[in-house]
Design a protein around this ligand. Structure first.
Ligand code: EPZ
Length: 423
């Protein structure tokens, strides 16, 4: 077994270089099946979710090589779309369902076991199915396997009933080789949606409007290989921004697109933290004392990201006064609060709202990661708690944070990955 052991109280000073975006890499790897030729994808984060997506592509017959750190080359020519992607794979990686859209569009068929992923509320896929059916595909689910079929797909108008990143991505993937024009309305606008569109267009697709709520896709008959570099990870960057704000110090979070971080920067400034934007960096200067309380409400991009909610709530635990955090995207994303309470946090949760009354300091305690971003929150809590915090279930953190120990130790954190015998 492995855990993180974190001794709190160190200020953070120095530079952290951000890796490629997990939530862009996963759909882009799924989209690499479109070309008849190899695709070289750069700035890929070395995280377990990416390794799982690579394993899934190999399982259906693609050749996937990793010639150097941060680079993969996918040769999809050997793919057999009749192979069902099994539960033991999709249970580990929810994003495996992006292959429904890309395999359907390229081969006219796909079968993928119902997805798993972090559990924080109901995670339906009704909007994905609505998009596939709008394009003329037939969708049926038996034995928890989703089967989509559609030899001929035709462009259509798709109005998403809810702003959904996954459904927007799957609709885009299914539409790029459908005949005619597809218009996706009420689309998600996240940076990773734009990155996927740019990747598809570099393979010869015709996707316009990504990043707005209306995406127009004109189907193409052929797509070719390409070389593409993934955008920096907005949520990884935000996580380290908040860690620096909470621990105090002077940290440059480097290799970012500051515009993607605006909502996080804005909230940190509401708390009285100094944020200095560079061309490809943000600098966080914090006294590490008690920042000002503030109000946070999560919403789809360009609003405050739900994937930053647990991390920011941890900062608010040591703020002066009472803050409110409203989770407006997921039904139940406050499970991690129980872990923070073990460290002395004063948080009341009522439905979609958490009331956080700042305390003088958190106290170290054994805690566990309930999911990826909750795990990141536990790391931030350990950095600011008095004493030595153990964080268990760190496999969740490894899903989305490349070289976390090296990055935090590099700016002065006292954090170690420790292997121990469970007995
Ligand atoms: C993506 O999940 C991200 N995962 C999540 O990040 C992130 O929290 C989420 O988008 C919101 O930004 C990846 O990109 C791999 P949604 P996704 O579809 O696509 C409802 C992380 O930490 N909905 O945008 O599954 C849904 O219930 C992960 O990296 C439907 O009702 O999220 C939710 O309330 C955790 N029907 C809302 O939409 C559908 O068919 C947003 O979900 C689909 C979604």
């Amino acid at each position: 077994m492995e855990r993180f052991v974190i001794r709190g109280g160190n200020k953070l000073n120095g530079t952290i270089n951000i890796s490629g975006a997990k939530n862009a890499a996963l759909p882009i790897i799924a989209a690499s099946v479109f070309s008849g030729e190899p695709c070289r994808i750069e700035n890929i984060p070395e995280i377990s979710d990416v390794r799982m997506m690579m394993k899934i592509l190999r399982f259906i017959g693609a050749k996937v090589e990793a010639p150097e750190k941060g680079v993969i080359v996918v040769d999809p020519s050997g793919i057999n779309p009749e192979i069902t992607i099994p539960d033991e794979m999709t249970r580990k990686l929810r994003a495996s369902y992006y292959l429904l859209g890309s395999l359907l569009s390229k081969y006219g068929t796909a079968s993928v076991a119902l997805p798993g992923g972090c559990y924080f509320g109901v995670r339906p896929i009704d909007q994905h199915i609505k998009a596939f059916e709008a394009l003329g595909a037939s969708v049926n689910t038996d034995n928890a396997i989703v089967n989509v079929k559609g030899e001929e797909l035709y462009g259509s108008s798709i109005y998403l009933d809810v702003v959904s990143v996954g459904a927007t991505i799957n609709a885009m993937l299914a539409a790029v080789m459908a005949k005619g024009l597809t218009v996706i309305e009420n689309a998600a606008r996240e940076p990773h949606i734009v990155d996927l569109a740019n990747f598809l267009n570099s393979m010869g697709a015709d996707v316009r409007g990504a990043g707005t709520e209306v995406i127009k896709i004109r189907g193409v008959e052929n797509m070719h290989g390409c070389t593409y570099s993934i955008i920096p990870d907005q949520i990884e960057a935000g996580t380290y921004m908040v860690a620096a704000a909470a621990a105090g110090g002077d940290v440059i979070v480097n290799n970012v697109i500051p515009k993607h971080l605006e909502s996080i920067t804005n909230k940190l400034e509401d708390c009285g933290i100094t944020v200095i934007e560079g061309d490809e960096s943000v600098r966080i200067i914090s006294e590490g004392k008690h920042p000002k309380a503030c109000r946070v409400k999560t919403s789809p991009h360009p609003g405050f990201p739900t994937d930053m909610q647990p991390q920011f709530a941890t900062l608010l635990c040591i703020c002066n006064g009472t803050s409110t955090v409203v989770e407006d995207v997921w039904d139940n994303r406050f499970k991690y609060v129980d872990q923070l309470r073990r460290m002395g946090a004063n948080i009341m949760v009522n439905g979609d709202t958490a009331l956080i009354t700042g305390v003088d300091a958190l106290k170290a305690a054994p805690v566990e990661a309930d999911d990826l971003r909750a795990g990141a929150a536990m790391v931030i809590a350990g950095l600011i708690a008095q004493g030595e915090t153990y964080v268990e279930n760190i496999k969740y953190i490894d899903r989305g944070y490349e070289d976390l120990i090296e990055k935090l130790s590099g700016v002065g954190a006292d954090i170690k990955r420790v292997t121990y015998d469970e007995d």
